[in-house]
Design a protein around this ligand. Sequence first.
Ligand SMILES: NC(=O)c1ccc[n+]([C@@H]2O[C@H](COP(=O)([O-])OP(=O)(O)OC[C@H]3O[C@@H](n4cnc5c(N)ncnc54)[C@H](OP(=O)(O)O)[C@@H]3O)[C@@H](O)[C@H]2O)c1
Length: 432
Amino acid sequence: MTRFNIGVLGCGNVGAAFVKLLETQTATVERRTGIALQITRVAVRNMSAPRDVDVAEGILTRDAFDVVADPDVDIVVEAIGGIEPARELILAALANGKPVVTANKELLANVGAELYAAADAAGRDLLFEAAVAGGIPVMRALRESLHGEPIRRVLGIINGTTNYILTKMTDAVDSGGDADYGAALKDAQSLGYAERDPTADVEGFDAGAKAAIIATVAFGAKVVAGDVYHEGISAITASEIAIARRLGYVVKLLGIVERDDESDEISVRVHPTMVPAQHPLATVRDSFNAVFVEGDFVDSLMFYGRGAGGAPTASAVFGDVVDAAVNLRAGTHGSLGELGKATIRPIDETSAEYLLGLDVADQPGVLHAVTGVFAEHGVSIRVAEQEGNGPDARLVFITHEAREKDVQSTVRDLRDLDVVLDVGGLLRVIGD
Ligand SMILES: NC(=O)c1ccc[n+]([C@@H]2O[C@H](COP(=O)([O-])OP(=O)(O)OC[C@H]3O[C@@H](n4cnc5c(N)ncnc54)[C@H](OP(=O)(O)O)[C@@H]3O)[C@@H](O)[C@H]2O)c1
């Protein structure tokens, strides 16, 4: 029997659930792998804080650097979060020959390339299944099962808070109730799905970090959080959701990563998106997550499950720890390989179908004037509808695939038309 000692950095939601899971599963892992895993050190910030798990005396410490330097610790789990000191701790652990498992999306989306290179230089694993979509094993699928697949695009519902809010708003529209964003956010906060300051979730930063990591792994290129274009959900209105529903769509916040074969450019963006009601992503409700992968050979795949929460995230951490242990015993390690420089396609150069709603004056010739502006910018219209009559008339358009730059110019010129009273937000549409 091989024995490995684990040092855990952080004993909060994820760290504590990992400690619990390891306690219950050590015998199973021993039987399946011949490796006995035990936690020998746990680093926290506040030694006297109440914990969800009992950590035996002598194991708890306030000195995380001592854990990563401890010659008796074989594998390190980083569940502290944030960039520093997590980055320094991981670099130190790797330099000391210890494989590292981390759940830290913020860290990887900002300085991942430095850490992957350090892991390769040390000949040790740096595994991070839990950093993207919590308990859903999508990193392993991209790194291993789909290693040789020409991946075209990945679409992800990768933030449970926003999916919960949009689901509540959609259900309210469907039942004729009050689909207020503020009320849905409050509901999410009372259930613990949203933080008191929800900015990172609702403005798309959390999903953006995950999208950067997905793009890095899917395309083998260095994509960082700063490369990601974001739009959040805080400006989504009940009226936009109602229009989407009537036209056969569901509004979802998607992280989208895409590579253009010809130019080799990568587009990475997070924005509210109209998803056709029959698309598998449209069925992903409440706080669930899903990642939809499109490849030239494999066609479409969807990975679905719990994208956050201590227990699902700890499940992903534990799977990585077992992998790291098996590799350590074999004297081998996984690698993302050499990551290329990413050429990021600016949002202006991306293409999509767009939904646009306009409040217009009640007078003849309005439709002609409005459609003329679309035509001037080469944006062709796939669906045109009028809602209401008289002073409340609203025109709703869905374009054919068009360049963002041309659509933005169209919107600018529409705002200048006297007959256009108000231009609603733009919603991008994905095809079936
Ligand atoms: N929670 C989720 O659903 C989820 C899902 C996916 C990924 N993640 C990622 O998992 C990581 C941990 O998240 P979490 O929700 O478990 O966070 P958390 O509940 O805030 O726990 C953080 C833990 O780290 C400890 N800590 C902080 N700074 C430290 C330091 N300098 N030295 C030693 N210990 C330190 C804290 O100690 P004290 O307890 O003493 O304060 C706490 O135990 C983050 O990177 C997060 O993004 C979380």
